[in-house]
Write a protein that binds this ligand. Structure first.
Ligand code: ISJ
Ligand code: GLN
Length: 852
């Protein structure tokens, strides 16, 4: 017999890829995935039942997955409901998990209600079961299983009349079921003691006569003990036994329409669209456009390493090399310098893009049918050039990026530098929503890009660990490269700060003989008008989140809100972002420049993933502590979700104290839920069995808060199964596959991701209210296949299009925005969540002086 084949009915991203991974690895099965509302099997179509039976013949068993919502609602369970109605001759073994289990229970006559004491999400409990065979009844899938703990993710539960059983009778009768519901054989329970009452929650059942089983807990969670996997193995053994006894034979035809468990790689899809003779978009070049196919190809890498004096900081280098540039990308591991002793390995490198304003840029707005490729004037030796690259259903911006990168790939597996050259830029939260098919406002009402990448060929990498600085050029002319590398090194090494410790902008530059630290937070300038979230309103939104959670629609919601700061625009021109004297006291009419604000923020709140960007009409100032995704040249992907926050105070001043506060069920559950979500995201590309959690719930210290962090890793498979073929990339997976599959960052959404984002959109102000850069990501993807992205939090941003020139000569005003929030769960308190949001707001808001 070949590998068994299982059909997984996916009720939407409720850790479903983790379930699929477990089934695939444990049972050595091939698992196909079908969404519960797939148009491939539409209950409204006249031949639905025939088609369903026909497809099911190709499977050994079906697993009905977990999901948001209620099993009583057709829209929430979709296809699952029809499985229980199969006629006897078409029966096949089925396992329902969580929502799938609840749906089975309903089909057997149980009712569904909320768990009396409130939902249990990310809660780990001992499962109560009988490990011996049940006399007179076969199919106890818990038989022979060693006691184990499992994670729960549910607000609803099956009511089979358990509360009518007296305490005295409970220990025996809980296994008997109730005469009114003869189809239900209870197999497992959890007894939850809360508020002085004991709640009896059904955790496992089997159908008394059909090959249907169900589990309320989540066997696939990282915190469900593997001892419990025996239950799944037992189920499958029973399933195959049932089929054998019935003489049921699985048809060997491979179902043609139902997809397997791993997404094909972006590059294999590009190849497929080429094979289908779709015109190659790169070749659609009009005479007045530049040739995107050729641009930047055949480049060679050259670099020059110099020592970095210990007193020189990243902003000094920026100021030395970029004075007057219009656009900037600085990824600044500011905390590395602050923590010189026991260096912060999370942010070993800082990376500066040079000549950003002259670089090719790709801009894409979510929902648009094209990508705008922009080549600035001086790079073309003629007028600035623009090109719209058409997209289609099968050629999205992600395909274009993967294709573009593939044509410029450098095979340098042992390169020392983390970034040699490639795309750097930002992606908004709304772009992430597009990736998971959550509707966004259309038309958007603005022209801002949701993805803005600059193709960076000249850059600086600072290695804070080695104390070196690497000047790099992806060039097409050796002599030009040598000249540029040397002259850049000269600019740095002959500067006053290199030699004498004198900073470019040091007001004592003339005459002073000693080094003066430059980091003086900007004082209040012209009063800004600050609108912060209204505390009472935020608390009521927390309560509404909890209503959704209680109804089973979400397990955790990362609620956020925005503060706006309207102030007179910096008199310094937009491009003059690195002025001399940028931190010297401002005159009453001048606002500090964005660069001065950045320097203030990095001094107040140094972070491993800080950044300063001016790109595509946006200015971003970030002190992010959170890595979103890093991928290496050999395909190792690492995500670092952060969940669980406590503010530093006299009472919580040390790591030990913070650990004490954060290692409690509420905080651990918040973290666990996102770990399971991130595993799910990684599994979708890395495939079953290729994801692990090397670090779970570690508490780390930051400037203002302590945070609980987990690390989830996945290994990219070599290539799409059966893919490959011609073309440079073949079926190869790249970091872009994972990036596209993981946005928006799970730590900023809650779980399950899609439904949670829909709810949050509603609560945070509807489709027209955008999170924008906040909750998006910033980072790079380089020519050798490496990439690193941080989550845009603890940051402020503004868009040029919000700068208003006042007619009465009152100058210009600009609008800065700061997002802040936190995860709401069933255990949150509105006051606690409000405090957490204001704590996170405090750092970035403090740069405007006054309130902090
Ligand atoms: C929502 C924010 O932070 C996120 C939420 C966290 C939490 O709920 O504990 C922790 C880190 C971030 O992933 C924010 O900084 O605004
Ligand atoms: N994880 C799940 O499938 C949850 C099922 C259902 N939405 C509940 O909350 O009870």
């Amino acid at each position: 017999m070949g590998r068994p084949r299982i059909l997984f009915l996916d009720a939407y991203d409720s850790f479903s890829n983790n379930v699929v991974s477990l089934l695939t690895t444990l049972l050595e099965a091939d698992v196909d995935i079908l969404h519960i509302d797939s148009p491939l099997l539409d209950p409204a179509s006249p031949d639905f039942h025939d088609k369903l039976r026909q497809e099911l013949q190709c499977y050994d068993a079906v697993v009905c997955g977990p999901g948001p919502g209620s099993p009583t609602l057709d829209a929430d369970v979709g296809l699952i409901r029809h499985i229980w109605d199969l006629e006897d001759e078409h029966l096949l073994p089925v396992l329902g998990i969580c929502l799938g289990f609840q749906s089975l229970a309903i089909s057997c006559g149980a009712s569904i209600r909320k768990i009396p004491g409130g939902g249990l999400h990310g809660m780990i409990r001992d499962i109560d079961f009988r490990s011996r065979e049940i006399a007179g009844s076969s199919g106890n899938i818990f038989a022979g299983v060693t006691p184990f703990k499992a994670t729960l993710y549910h607000s609803l539960c099956a009511d089979i009349g358990q509360d009518s059983i007296s305490e005295a009778e409970w220990s025996e009768r809980r296994w008997a079921g109730l005469p009114e519901l003869p189809d239900i054989v209870p197999l497992a329970w959890v007894e939850e003691g809360r508020n002085g009452a004991s709640e009896r929650i059904l955790m496992g059942m089997k159908h008394s006569s059909k090959p249907f089983w169900g589990l309320q807990y989540h066997p696939e969670s990282i915190c469900s003990q593997s001892l419990g996997h025996q239950v799944i193995s037992n189920w499958f053994r029973e399933a195959l036994l049932w089929s054998k006894q019935r003489g049921r034979v699985t048809k060997s035809r491979i179902p043609d329409c139902i997809p397997g468990s791993t997404k094909p790689s972006l590059l294999s899809q590009v190849q497929a669209s080429r094979d289908a003779e779709r015109a190659d978009v790169f070749e659609e070049t009009l005479p007045d456009e530049f040739n995107l196919t050729e641009y930047g190809t055949n480049a060679t890498y050259a670099s020059k390493v110099i020592q970095l004096p210990s007193h020189v900081e990243v902003p000094d280098i920026v100021e030395l090399l970029q004075n007057g540039g219009r656009e900037h990308i600085v990824l600044d591991s500011a905390s590395a310098h602050a923590n010189r002793i026991g260096l912060d390995v999370r942010g070993r490198y800082s990376i500066l893009a040079l000549d950003v304003a002259d670089s090719l840029r790709l801009e894409y707005q979510a929902g648009a049918a094209h990508v705008n490729a922009l080549l600035p004037a001086c790079a073309m030796n003629k007028g600035h050039s623009n090109k719209d690259v058409k997209l289609g259903k099968h050629y999205t911006v992600w395909h274009l990026l993967a294709d573009f990168m593939d044509r410029r790939k450098l095979d340098m597996p042992n390169a020392e530098s983390p970034f040699l050259g490639g795309f750097m830029g930002y992606i908004t939260y709304e772009m992430g929503l597009e990736c998971i098919e959550v509707k966004i406002n259309s038309p958007r009402g603005h022209e801002r890009p949701d993805l803005c990448f600059a193709w960076i060929t000249k850059s600086i990498v600072v290695d804070h660990l080695e104390g070196t600085l690497r000047i790099q050029y992806l060039h097409t002319s050796v002599s030009e490269a040598d000249e540029w590398l040397n002259s850049t090194a000269d600019t740095l090494q002959k500067s006053a700060i290199w030699a004498d410790g004198l900073r470019v902008n040091d007001s004592k530059l003339k005459g002073a003989r000693h080094f003066t630290p430059p980091i003086t937070p900007t004082g209040p300038s012209e009063p800004a008008s600050i609108v912060t979230p209204e505390a009472g309103e935020y608390e009521s939104k927390v309560r509404r989140c909890q209503d959704f959670i209680a109804a089973g629609d979400s397990y955790e919601l990362c609620l956020t809100d925005q503060t706006s700061i309207t102030r007179s625009a910096s008199l310094l021109e937009a491009h003059d972002v690195i002025p001399t004297n940028s931190w010297a006291p401002m005159s009453a009419t001048k606002s500090p420049s964005s660069w001065a604000l950045y320097r203030t923020l990095r001094a107040r709140q140094p972070a491993p993933f800080g950044s300063y960007l001016r790109l595509g009409g946006a200015t971003l100032i970030s002190s992010s502590p959170e890595r979103f995704l890093e991928y290496g040249r050999a395909g190792l992907c690492s995500m670092r979700p952060m969940k669980g926050t406590v503010r530093k105070s006299d009472a919580v001043a040390t790591l030990r104290q913070a650990e004490h506060i954060l290692h409690i069920p509420k905080e651990e559950a918040e973290n666990l839920m996102i770990v399971d979500l991130v595993r799910h995201d990684l599994h979708s590309v890395c495939g079953p069995g290729n994801v692990r959690v090397p670090q779970l719930m570690k508490v780390e210290e930051y400037a203002i808060v302590f945070q609980m962090i987990s690390v989830v890793e996945g290994q990219l498979p070599a290539s799409t199964k059966g893919g490959g073929g011609g073309g440079g990339g073949g079926g190869r997976y790249t970091g872009l596959d994972v990036l596209a599959a993981s946005l928006p960052p799970g730590s900023m959404t809650g779980a399950p991701k899609k439904r949670s984002c829909e709810i949050l959109q509603e609560l945070e102000g509807g489709r027209h209210r955008e999170r924008s850069l906040y909750s998006g990501v910033v980072g790079y993807t380089d020519v050798t296949g490496r990439g690193d992205w941080s989550v845009t939090i603890r940051s402020l941003f503004r868009w040029d299009d919000e700068t208003v020139r006042h007619a009465d000569g009152a100058g210009e005003t600009e609008v800065w925005r700061i997002g802040a929030g936190g995860a709401v769960t069933a255990l949150s308190t509105p006051e606690g969540e409000r405090d957490e949001m204001f704590t996170k707001l405090k750092g970035p808001l403090g740069v405007f002086g006054g309130r902090s």
